[in-house]
Design a protein around this ligand. Structure first.
Ligand SMILES: [Zn+2]
Ligand SMILES: [Zn+2]
Ligand SMILES: [Zn+2]
Length: 143
């Protein structure tokens, strides 16, 4: 497996993306980073309410969308159609294996995009700009 770039210093990370380091954003990232699992906006809201008494769910949704829009966090689409988010420490190209039972997320580096790009170029005569790929399954502890 190739070495992965780490991204754990939130303030410079947010600054480089043109996002303000607000206490709520930092608390969200800390919380998501502290979990090796994905969380729903409601999970995050319940935990953050202990620290930010008046925080509303819409604020949580808005901040999560902003962070996801800048690729700071990753959206997880679960087969149950619920939306979850995950903070990955690695920034180099890879994909996620998502356990649908215990909510653990694991990185893997295989990517089929080279084959796909060739087919898109040859058959569809188009060009791939980006791709989304997530594998759902059961981890070692859950099979
Ligand atoms: Zn990852
Ligand atoms: Zn599992
Ligand atoms: Zn890929």
């Amino acid at each position: 497996m190739e070495a992965m770039e780490a991204k754990t210093d939130y303030q410079p990370l947010l600054k480089s993306l043109g996002l303000k380091s607000t206490p709520k954003r930092l608390a969200m990232l800390e919380m998501l980073d502290g979990e090796q699992a994905y969380l729903s906006p409601e999970d995050i809201w319940k935990k953050l309410k202990r620290r930010f008494k008046s925080i509303g769910l819409p604020t949580i949704y808005r901040n999560l969308e902003e962070l996801e829009g800048k690729n700071v966090i990753t959206k997880v689409i679960h087969p149950n159609r619920q939306l979850y988010y995950y903070f990955c420490r690695h920034s180099s190209h890879h994909h996620h294996f998502v356990c649908i039972s215990c909510k653990k997320v694991q990185d893997f580096t295989s990517c089929a995009v080279a084959d796909i790009e060739r087919e898109i170029r040859d058959k569809i005569k188009g060009k791939v700009v980006s791709h989304i790929f997530q594998v759902n399954g059961l981890c070692r502890e859950c099979v």
